[in-house]
Design a protein around this ligand. Structure first.
Ligand code: G3H
Ligand code: 13P
Ligand code: ZN
Length: 332
């Protein structure tokens, strides 16, 4: 049993309180590789931002659970080495699908876990989330639960269609589960294809997707004043990265994300955690494709992973400073 406090990690409680009160969001970036981890830490240190580094079940299968945990411990030391005396780094399980997986992560040093019972019948979702909360809180680990189902398909996360969160359920759910934050469904979805072109309107040659359901978000806020709300599926799918991928041999058709203005709007509300994974994948892939196309003789991974890391770092800094507003928000 390893406690996250001994690794220099923090849970989400205090940072969420400050983010809700201050009208900004904490970035939650997924990582699977060393380069992603380095780029996240460099971006957080340069912008003096708290950060959530999250690991999915798929990431644990890909990189090995123990290695990822040690990488998060290394992230704290790396942040200090880069000059940040008091980094605020959360190691979070993304989309935990069972009590056993959440317990395993808590026991190995995670400071926060998500239990995703959103696909279950309501009472089963409540019971599962409550069980995880009861275990996690013994160790001061914070818990995110989810109500409502996101559309989209991910390796380990799938939902054929979106069911918006029902505001009339949130008080009962938060009270009975004791969860620390609530992921809601208001029109975001996972992956790089969040909307079909038919669902969008063409404005000045750009496909603009339908707005998020801000009415539902505001109703939820009224029911649970000040309660931390989480948005999954919040990548914006930048067109310049998609175009670079396609220019250098990729084939990403009709990739459409959430406009950044909408995320900026959401950050002023009780939304205090924004999940971004696909934009990191796009930034990495675009840089690698470009580098290898322009330097066909290169075969040392450092030659193409270095620009990939730089491009991800640039994207993370952009999100922190221009979209989420968490720059300069470290407690000390
Ligand atoms: O929400 C899902 C995340 O993007 C993680 O995706 O399960 O493919 O690692 P993954
Ligand atoms: P994106 O696919 O929009 O990056 O969402 C990531 C996510 O929600 C991770 O839980
Ligand atoms: Zn998600």
């Amino acid at each position: 049993m390893v406690n996250y406090k001994d690794l220099g990690l923090v849970n989400t409680r205090e940072m969420f309180k400050r983010a809700v009160a201050g009208g900004y969001d904490i970035p939650a970036f997924n990582f699977n590789t060393m380069e992603q981890m380095q780029a996240i830490v460099m971006a957080a240190v340069e912008t003096k931002s708290p950060v959530i580094m999250q690991v999915s079940k798929g990431a644990r299968n890909y990189a090995n659970a123990t290695i990822l945990r040690y990488m998060a411990e290394g992230a704290v030391a790396y942040a200090k080495e880069l000059g940040c005396a008091h980094p605020e780094i959360v190691l979070h399980l993304d989309h935990g699908d069972s009590f056993e997986l959440c317990k395993d992560c808590i026991d190995m040093g995670f400071s926060s876990v998500m239990i995703d019972g959103s696909h279950l019948p309501y009472e089963e979702n409540v019971a599962l989330a409550k069980k995880v909360v009861e275990y996690a809180h013994q160790f001061d680990v914070t818990v995110e639960a989810e109500l409502g189902v996101l559309a989209g398909v991910e390796d380990e996360v799938s939902a054929a269609e979106s069911h918006y969160t029902k505001p009339e359920e949130v008080i009962d759910f938060a009270t009975r589960t004791g969860c620390d934050s609530l992921a809601i469904s208001i029109g975001t979805s996972h992956g790089a294809h969040k909307f079909t072109p038919e669902q969008c309107t063409l404005v000045n040659g750009v496909l603009v997707p339908p707005p998020l359901a801000f009415d539902i978000l505001h109703e939820i806020e009224k029911k649970l004043p000040g309660f931390p709300i989480v948005l999954h599926g919040s990548s914006s799918v930048p067109m310049d990265e998609v175009n670079t991928i396609n220019q250098f041999g990729g084939k990403l058709e009709a990739a459409i994300g959430i406009p950044e203005e909408q995320l900026r709007e959401a950050s002023k509300s009780a939304v205090c955690k924004i999940n971004i994974d696909s934009d990191s994948r796009l930034a990495m892939t675009a840089a690698i494709r470009k580098h290898l196309a322009e330097h066909p003789g290169d075969f040392d991974p450092r030659q193409y992973l270095k620009p990939a890391r730089e491009n991800m770092k640039k994207m993370y800094i952009h999100k922190i400073v221009n979209v989420l507003g968490s720059d300069g928000k470290l407690a000390q």
